[in-house]
Every structure is written in structure tokens, then in C-alpha cells.
Design a binder for this molecule. Structure first.
Ligand code: TEU
Ligand code: CA
Length: 543
């Protein structure tokens, strides 16, 4: 495949509301982000994925947009947005905007017009079905619980919303809707952004009357049209959020010959700790062998026909060190192990704010502490169904999206240095121990480990181009794989758990990176070793 700039890049996701507050109103903002460019530069990332900063009534924290051409006043102004884009560019950082076009807010001007009358020119921008209140056209369910159809009195019809009631779905079958979206995308492209992250893009081809939501028949036709009409000739990074993708679908999106997207986010690994066919709240322990199978399938099946994105975390997922690492004694070692495992693979890595300092889940104690619409709806739904409060709490502590949305922990001062006001969401009480200032003072911190991994990707072609081969597929404790490129071989080996475990590889290698103190760059005998708790290393094999 032809080399693209985003193949060598590392993306940093910013959830603006929780990143840095510059004006003491308790909400992170654009000027806060601008003040942290040197920090991001130091980490070494080259792209920011900015979660939505558009005008929004915040029913879903900005994923419900009421104006695609305006910045939400709580985040700043369009002038500040332009300055952010420019200042990042000057530091070699591109900005990838969140593109939320499966739905708008119900406060978007299009919807306000559409719901007034069947004759409105905007009526067909959304998906309506005539019918009585209380009897929706079918039993489609919304992602945030309840029916996907909401009755609207003005015209005696239901509209479709695959997420919250305040997030009506756009009707992609309407040419005028697609045209509006292409215009809007081109507006942002002209402002000099580096690309788009496309929210739930696999839903745009839905056929609601047949119960089809994801991967509808027109999905790829629309994406090809989008590519032609907007970014196709522009050399941007485009990444689709695709919960329903397997590797075969992954190739359809990202095979350069098909002219759709650069890559997608797939979530097969992210669903391994839930009971199959049930909801994300229905927990089960992760099986390492399954994790290896999923990653390995994506690594091998995309080879030459597409490109992977690599991520553990985002604003919807629990913190990885709490989820599959250890957020107690082995927090630092396990965070570095998880970083090694992911960044050693082929694809474009994504870091979610705070991951680089090993931020953890929030120790929630009561239902009143939750703010996210998905968690709030789930609490209500499960209480009604008779679940025990303790059971519900257990699921929320493990999986609530609020875990990832607590303010970024900058220092050990008041409110972790996130704001001088009252933060919109409480700071994790562990901020005195876990914060960026402390990480920057400690040469062994998770921060500097990420910095090294990012740096390796800049200098080592083997990370970009090298083939991937899984070793020890049946091993239940160790994740080990080999990358190979032009006569060079790198062995990546990770003990996924806290129990020490024997590991043996016939050969010797030079340590490229390790989360335990080793005489780096000296030759190691890899035979008959004992991996310490969460030990991880990259070795260049002696050939
Ligand atoms: O997420 C898509 C999505 O399917 C999530 O709702 C997911 O199922 C859930 O978060 C798992 O916990 C995207 C955005 O990333 C999310 O923040 C939005 O709420 C959602 O779309 C609607 O725009
Ligand atoms: Ca603010």
C-alpha cells in the first residue's frame, strides 16, 4: 500500500469538556486546549481527534449538534477554533474533527422546521412514520434504551432516533441531506483541518422498516459519494466508528482501491468482556485467548487491503488500566504493558486523554453521581425491571461512560489543575498521585513510556510496514507476537497478568523497550525466562 502520513502518525483524542478549562467556568474549552499544545508536542503526537465542539444543547455532550457551523459558546468562538487549527499546524499537529451526521439535535433548525408540518421542505431530512401515539411503527430499540421511535404531536407521526429522543436520525436517502453534509464537510476542510472521525457512520444506510440499522445496503455507496464530493483529493485522515464491523467489512471501508475511508474503529475486542448477545452491562471476565484471536484476525486480514486503527480507550469506554490492567499496585507496569501490546501492532494508534498518565476509572458510590444519558437511562430501565441496585452499580462502575469523562488530571493542586472553578464533573480523588505534572518529573513514568513508543513509530519502518505473526496462540497468560520487515525481526512479549509466568524463545535479542529496568540495548538470552508481573518488552532478534 502507498504510504500515507497517517500511517506513521499517533492520534490523541481530546474530550474538550474535560480537558482544560481556561476561564474558570468548570468546562474545558478551546483556549484550554491551546494552552496544552506544548504538552502534546512533548508527548509527540501528530494528530488531535477533537470530540464535538459544535453548538449543542448537550443531551449527549455534544453528540447532538444544533449547528454544524458554530462553536458552542461554552467551548469558545469560531475565531478561537481557527487559532487552534493554526497553532496546532505550526506545531506539526493536525486536527481531526468529529463528524456526527447520523443524527442531529432536535434543536437543529432543520428538525425544528421538519416537525412543524408535513409540507415543510425539511420534512424529509428526517425519518417519519404516521401513526397513533403509543404505537410505534415497529419495535426497533434505541441505543440508549426504549423505542427508537418518538411520537411528535404536531403532525401525528413518529420520528426515528437510534440514540436519545433528542437525537433524531437524518434521512440519508434524501439527496438534499447528503448535499448539506458535503457542503458542511467542505466548509471544515477549507478551514484547514486534518480529517474527520465519523460518528456511528455504519448506521447511515439504515432501512428502518426492515429493522436494518447497521451495514445497510447503501452504506458504501454513500461513503464513496462522500469521498468523491469532499475529501477524496485532499489527503486527509478519515476514520469511521463502526461497532458492527468484522475484518471483511473493515476492508470494504479502508481498501484504498475502493476510495472510502482511511481506516475504521472496530469494537470486537471491546465486546469481549460482555455476555454474547446481551448488553454491555452484562459482564464476564476477559479471556486473553479471545483477545488474541480478535486482534490477530484484524492484523492479518487487513494486510495489504486496508489499515487498522489501534485503540484501547475513548470517551465511551472504561479506562483500560482499570479494565484489563491493574489500577492498584501494578498500575504503572500494567499501563505500560497495555501500551506496548497495542503500539507494537500495525495500524494507527489512538491515545485517549489521560491514558498517557494511567488515569483510572472513577470510584462511584451512588446513582446520583452519574451524568451520562446512557447510564441514567440504564439505571431507570434496570430498576424498573427489578435488578438489584448493587448489580446495577457493579455494571456502572465497570462500564459507565462517565468513567472516562472525569477531568484530566494536570497536577496535585485544587481540582487537579483542570479548573479554578467548580468542575462540571467531579475530579477523580486519586489526582494527587496520578497527574501530568508528576509524570513529567519522573523519567520512568507512563508518559515517557508513551513518548518512547510514539518516537519508535517515527523512526522504525518495521512498526509501519512489518508483518504480524501471533506466537503462543493457546497461552492463557502471555500475548506474544512477531513483527518482521526487510530482514529485521521484533518480538513483542507481554505478561497480561500479575502472576509471574515462564517464557521461552530460542534465541537472543536486543531490548528496544521494556517496562522493567533492563540493560537496554544489551543482548538478552530469551530462552527460559520468567516474566515478572505485567512485564512487557520489545526485542530485536539477533539474526
Ligand atoms: O457512539 C456510538 C455508540 O454506539 C455508543 O453509544 C456505544 O454503543 C456506547 O457508547 C457504548 O457504551 C457514538 C459516540 O462515540 C457516543 O459518544 C455518542 O453518544 C453516540 O455515538 C451517539 O452520537
Ligand atoms: Ca471554560
Amino acid at each position: 500500500m502507498e504510504e500515507k502520513w497517517w500511517m506513521r502518525s499517533v492520534v490523541y483524542q481530546i474530550y474538550p469538556r474535560s480537558f482544560c478549562d481556561s476561564n474558570q467556568d468548570g468546562v474545558g474549552d478551546l483556549n484550554g486546549i491551546r494552552s496544552k499544545i506544548p504538552y502534546l508536542k512533548k508527548l509527540g503526537i501528530d494528530v488531535i481527534w477533537l470530540s464535538p465542539v459544535y453548538e449543542s444543547p448537550n443531551a449527549d455532550n455534544g453528540y447532538d449538534i444544533s449547528n454544524y457551523y458554530a462553536i458552542s459558546p461554552e467551548f469558545g468562538t469560531m475565531e478561537e477554533m481557527k487559532s487552534l487549527i493554526r497553532e496546532c499546524r505550526e506545531s506539526g499537529i493536525r486536527i481531526v474533527m468529529d463528524l456526527v451526521v447520523n443524527h442531529t439535535s432536535d434543536e437543529h433548525a432543520w428538525f425544528l422546521e421538519a416537525k412543524k408540518s408535513e409540507d415543510s421542505p425539511y420534512r424529509d431530512y428526517y425519518i417519519w412514520r404516521k401513526g397513533e401515539a403509543g404505537s410505534p411503527p415497529n419495535d426497533l430499540r434505541a441505543c440508549f434504551g426504549g423505542s427508537a421511535w418518538e411520537y411528535s404531536e404536531e403532525t401525528g407521526a413518529h420520528y426515528l432516533h437510534l440514540f436519545g429522543v433528542k437525537q433524531p436520525d437524518l434521512n440519508w436517502e434524501n439527496d438534499a441531506v447528503r448535499k448539506e453534509i458535503w457542503n458542511m464537510m467542505n466548509y471544515w476542510i477549507d478551514l484547514g483541518i486534518g480529517g474527520f472521525r465519523m460518528d456511528v457512520i455504519d448506521l447511515i444506510g439504515k432501512v428502518p422498516d426492515q429493522g436494518i440499522t447497521g451495514n445497510g445496503p447503501m452504506l458504501h455507496t454513500y461513503l464513496q459519494e462522500m469521498n468523491r464530493e469532499t475529501f477524496g483529493t485532499k489527503d486527509l485522515l478519515t476514520v469511521g466508528e463502526c461497532w458492527g464491523a468484522d475484518p471483511e467489512k473493515g476492508r470494504m471501508y479502508s481498501d484504498p482501491a475502493r476510495r472510502e475511508l482511511s481506516m475504521i474503529f472496530q469494537f470486537e475486542q471491546s465486546m469481549l468482556d460482555e455476555q454474547p448477545g446481551k448488553e454491555k452491562w452484562d459482564l464476564r471476565p476477559l479471556q486473553l485467548r479471545e483477545l488474541k484471536q480478535v486482534f490477530t484476525r484484524w492484523q492479518t486480514e487487513m494486510e495489504g487491503h486496508g489499515w487498522n486503527s489501534l485503540f484501547w480507550n475513548n470517551h465511551d469506554l472504561p479506562r483500560i488500566v482499570s479494565r484489563w490492567g491493574d489500577d492498584g499496585v501494578y498500575r504503572v507496569a500494567s499501563a505500560k504493558m497495555l501500551a506496548t501490546l497495542l503500539h507494537g501492532m500495525k495500524g494507527t494508534p489512538y491515545i485517549y486523554q489521560g491514558e498517557e498518565i494511567g488515569m483510572t476509572n472513577m470510584p462511584f458510590h451512588s446513582f446520583t453521581e452519574f451524568q451520562d444519558i446512557e447510564s441514567l437511562n440504564m439505571i431507570q430501565e434496570r430498576l424498573e425491571k427489578g435488578y438489584l441496585p448493587e448489580e446495577i452499580m457493579k455494571s456502572l462502575r465497570a462500564k459507565s461512560r462517565d468513567n472516562a469523562r472525569t477531568p484530566m488530571q494536570w497536577n496535585s493542586g485544587l481540582q487537579a489543575g483542570f479548573t479554578e472553578g467548580q468542575p462540571w464533573c467531579p475530579v477523580n480523588p486519586n489526582y494527587r498521585e496520578i497527574n501530568a505534572a508528576r509524570a513529567l518529573r519522573d523519567q520512568d513514568s507512563i508518559f515517557y513510556y508513551y513518548q518512547k513508543l510514539i518516537n519508535l513509530r517515527k523512526t522504525e519502518d518495521i512498526l509501519i510496514y512489518g508483518s504480524y505473526e501471533l506466537l503462543l496462540p493457546e497461552d492463557e497468560n502471555i500475548y506474544a507476537y512477531m513483527r518482521a520487515w526487510q530482514g529485521k525481526k521484533w518480538l513483542i512479549v507481554c505478561n497480561f497478568y500479575k502472576e509471574p509466568v515462564p517464557f521461552s524463545y530460542e534465541g537472543t535479542g536486543r531490548t528496544i523497550l521494556s517496562n522493567y529496568k533492563e540493560n537496554s540495548r544489551t543482548i538478552q538470552n530469551l530462552n527460559n525466562r520468567n516474566l515478572r508481573p505485567y512485564e512487557a518488552a520489545i526485542y530485536e532478534l539477533e539474526m
